[in-house]
Design a protein around this ligand. Structure first.
Ligand code: NAI
Length: 416
């Protein structure tokens, strides 16, 4: 069990509401928070730990992207912080356990760029099938080479999707709309969409298709998941794509298979080691290879995705701040219950041990507070309960709830 600190506060209408958005988050986020009554400050850059701690004084909602690291020291030094929005997909830059232990939920945008990744994959599948990288290079080198040799339509071709999650399933639908025959392999049981065919092993998929595209998640077991053994099982002259995570593919093996001609083309968007900043040198054994498309981890980088992320994550922050909703939080049990006009709400985050609900209700009953609605969810070491009452509760009720040794954080929301 983590060493939880205990905090309690009462959020009233008089409490100044401040939000801080770092790293050039899409303006839709600031607009959404402003509409909800927040005084929003923005910066285009990331902040280091000490700067961040200073900037968080009086801030209840923080938005970051991938470059700002939020450590235990930041959470411990930011008592006003209510929630963090990661305006991106990944949350590795945030110490999630320590966020939870300080009663701070973290939200991200897992689906906002799904369509963008799918569109890039489709573009690359067609580009490789038509050998556009080489044609484009020849033209820029002043060589006119009007040949159909090795150029194909994708209609009627087989596509093998490895990892049939959000991206894999959407790619399945769009590839079928282009007339491709889709096969997929996933370690979890997944519903086949449209006419897609499930393969029961990776080998079965590799032997069945002409193009293999990886969309697995970043679990540590996927490190080195696709190497020489897998490339050798692919059909001769097939195409290969990886837009998932860099560490899942052995790039030395991919290089050898391209040079030998076993793999006829590859599109790679993610790399085991990626440069930190714009303009930094990119080193890879895949540079300079024929019919290989290299992109700088831009699968999800479109203006549409950024806009969607801005609206989605800011909406989650507001829903949490205004009503305690935690659905889709990456480190809290998920609870969402609309506020009912006239109701008082107690929001209680606690250690997940037996008897907490009974203890809360004993306290409320002993003070004559009647519970109208109550919703509890637990996940791992945390329990999270929303309690709506029609009668107001006094400070002594809240003091008693705060004093419970299982309490991590207590908030209340009063009716307008
Ligand atoms: P998801 O979590 O919805 O789907 C991943 C699927 O892969 C799951 O169904 C899971 O069961 C399956 N899986 C995991 N390991 C597997 C294995 N070894 N073999 C077969 N199936 C396996 O994830 P989502 O949203 O579809 O994203 C997929 C990948 O794309 C992730 O790695 C994500 O980080 C990456 N991504 C890349 C972007 C880019 O800019 N290139 C942008 C967005 C996501």
């Amino acid at each position: 069990m983590a060493d939880y600190s205990s905090r309690g506060e009462v959020l009233t209408l008089e409490t100044p509401k401040r939000a801080l958005l770092l790293e050039n988050i899409h303006p839709d986020a600031a607009a959404r928070l402003t509409k909800a009554g927040y005084d929003v400050s923005t910066t285009t850059r990331a902040l280091g730990t000490d700067e961040l701690i200073d900037a968080l004084a009086g801030v209840s909602l923080l938005g970051i992207r991938s470059q700002t690291h939020i450590t235990e020291r930041v959470f411990a030094s930011a008592p006003d912080l209510l929630a963090v929005g990661a305006f991106c997909i990944g949350t590795n830059q945030i110490d999630l356990a320590s966020a939870a232990s300080h009663g701070v939920p973290v939200f991200n945008a897992p689906f906002s760029n799904t369509r963008s990744v799918v569109e890039l994959a489709i573009a690359e599948i067609i580009s490789m099938a038509r050998r556009l990288p080489e044609k484009n290079f020849s033209m820029h080198s002043g060589v006119w080479n009007k040949s159909a040799k090795g150029a194909h339509e994708v209609r009627g071709r087989t596509l093998g999707i490895v990892g049939y999650g959000n991206i894999g399933t959407q790619l399945s639908v769009i590839a079928e709309a282009l007339g491709m025959r889709v096969y997929f392999y996933d370690i979890a049981d997944k519903l086949a969409i449209g006419n897609a065919r499930r393969c029961s092993t990776l080998e079965e998929l590799l032997e069945s298709v002409e193009t293999v595209t990886l969309h697995v998640d970043g679990r540590s077991g996927n490190r080195g998941f696709f190497g020489e053994a897998e490339f050798s099982k692919m059909r001769p002259r097939s195409l290969f794509l990886n837009l998932s995570r860099g560490f899942v593919v052995d790039h030395a093996a991919l290089r050898e298979n391209i040079l030998s001609g076993h793999i006829a083309g590859a599109a790679v968007d993610v790399f085991p080691a990626e440069p930190k900043g714009r303009g930094d040198e990119f080193t890879s054994e895949l540079r300079g290879l024929p019919n290989v498309i290299l992109t700088p981890h831009i699968g999800g980088s479109t203006e549409e995705a950024q806009q969607d992320i801005g609206g989605f994550v800011s909406g989650k922050l507001v829903d949490y701040a205004e009503g305690g909703a935690t659905s889709m939080s990456v480190n809290f049990p998920g609870v969402a219950e609309p506020l009912v006009p006239g109701m008082h709400r107690i929001i209680h985050l606690h250690k997940n041990v037996p008897g907490v609900l009974a203890a809360i209700n004993r306290t409320l009953a002993s003070r004559g507070v009647n519970v109208e609605r109550q919703l509890l969810r637990t996940a791992g070491e945390l329990g999270y309960v929303l309690t709506d009452t029609s009668t107001s509760f006094g400070e002594e009720v809240l003091d008693e709830l705060r004093a419970m040794d299982v309490t991590i954080r207590l908030r209340t929301i009063e009716p307008e």
